[in-house]
Design a protein around this ligand. Structure first.
Ligand SMILES: *Cc1c(COP(=O)(O)O)cnc(C)c1O
Length: 344
């Protein structure tokens, strides 16, 4: 899409990521044309969807001549880890704030997985005691930024709440086009894409992207990982509007295009459910695909459920968007053992 070239950008991701068939799953579920889009393979520091998104944030940070980048997120945030890596790569300082969003977790959750990588990548760590106060977390981050400014630094803040321009969604406007180009090599029409929906930038970007390519018929199914379906639908639509505004492409996405389910949310953000455990096991054992407990495990559970219920039709292609998160698997080892995933 032409308008994307007007935004400052830093190249961070391996693109295009592979689009692969899922032959064993297809056989198992007797459903042809199942694909996985491997955005877990974006390359930088174990990859994931945030690497694509950060190309635009770091573009803006470098254009503003920033010396330090700040970001907030859950303890096992992939966004935070990828930001630490992008800062290292672009020669910027990185200050991260980890929120206590998933209570009652043990040592590995707090020290291993993404947290271990944050340390290895040289980020400066702060903590925030709350987990469900987005505006508060952003304010606390702004306070940190202000004290750095007083020290003569030029901070750039990646905000969490939905009231900031969704630069990350731009990356998925482009990814929608990438997916359609890759699909054209296969002799089947694209019907649906299944994706975890958190901040909603990935979900909203895809919606805007498919509409921009005159493919409003592609159903983008968002799987809630943090909020219930009605709160998430509202967030997705708001993010799609803000993305359309950034691009100046007019309102294309309609209310009824926003599809979300909270069927696999379970007790909430970062909480494993039996369906998630089953999805992680199925993907690993049938296709050698490693999912994560927070996002892709839940999204894949919905993918499996929808295919079993024949809710995605059977003539068109269905794509599972693997958004990464692999490091978090190590932070959940105890839960994985409890769930007997390791033993089967
Ligand atoms: C952040 C994240 C998501 C959700 O993407 P959003 O753009 O925030 O909705 C999905 N999967 C993984 C692994 C993530 O880290």
């Amino acid at each position: 899409m032409q308008q994307l070239s007007q935004f400052p950008r830093v190249s961070l991701a391996h693109r295009p990521t592979p689009l692969e068939r899922l032959p064993n799953l297809s056989r198992e579920l007797a459903r042809a044309h199942l694909f996985v889009k491997r955005d877990d393979c974006t390359g930088l520091a174990m990859g994931g969807n945030k690497v694509r998104q950060l190309e635009f944030y770091f573009g803006e940070a470098l254009a503003a001549d920033a010396t330090v980048v700040l970001i907030t997120g859950a303890v096992q945030s992939n966004f935070v880890r990828c930001t630490a890596a992008a800062a290292a790569k672009t020669g910027l300082r990185c200050v991260i704030q980890l929120e206590d969003r998933v209570k009652g977790m043990g040592f590995e959750y707090h020290e291993s997985g993404n947290v271990l990588l944050d340390h290895v990548l040289g980020a400066e760590l702060h903590t925030y005691p709350e987990g469900e106060d987005e505006a508060g977390a952003d304010r606390s981050l702004d306070d940190l930024a202000n004290s750095l400014r007083d020290e003569g630094q030029r901070p750039y803040v990646v905000h969490l709440a939905g009231n900031h321009p969704p630069l990350g969604a731009l990356a998925y406007v482009e990814a929608a086009e990438e997916i359609l180009t890759q699909m054209s090599a296969h002799d089947v029409d694209l019907g649906s894409v299944i994706v975890a929906s958190g901040s909603a930038q990935t979900h909203a970007g895809l919606l805007v992207g498919f509409h921009a390519q005159e493919r409003a018929d592609v159903a983008v199914h968002g799987v809630c990982v943090r909020r219930d379906a009605s709160a998430q639908a509202e967030r997705v639509l708001k993010c799609a509007r803000a993305t359309e505004k950034l691009l100046g492409c007019g309102r294309r996405v309609r209310d009824q295009d926003v599809l979300v389910t909270d069927k696999y949310l379970g007790p909430g953000y970062g909480r494993l459910t039996p369906e998630t455990q089953d999805a992680i096991r199925t993907a690993a054992r049938l296709e050698g695909l490693l999912l994560d407990p927070v996002y892709t495990g839940k999204a894949f559970a919905h993918f499996l459920g929808s295919i079993r219920e024949n809710a995605l039709g059977d003539q068109s292609a269905a794509i599972f968007l693997h958004t990464g998160g692999t490091p978090a698997l190590f932070a959940y080892r105890g839960l994985v053992d409890d769930a007997q995933i390791a033993r089967g």
